[in-house]
Design a protein around this ligand. Sequence first.
Ligand SMILES: [Zn+2]
Length: 78
Amino acid sequence: MKELKVETSTIKSVRFEKPYFYWQVEGDTKDGPFCQKCFEYEGKFSRLTVCHDGNDGYWHCGVCEETYRPKDHTSNAS
Ligand SMILES: [Zn+2]
């Protein structure tokens, strides 16, 4: 595992939840999710917004234009 270097003076803690989201956690309050790509490449937190495409919901990053679809990560389980 690669150690993440995070500025802890402004962020209490950062938690990565599979399959692809970062959250800021402070006590029992969870904020996010934030874009994995922006965080890992740019070191910045870009809040994801939920979008809907027909019946499917997905997450979109307005900064890098990345989209995250849960079904992309569950279809190859077997
Ligand atoms: Zn992004």
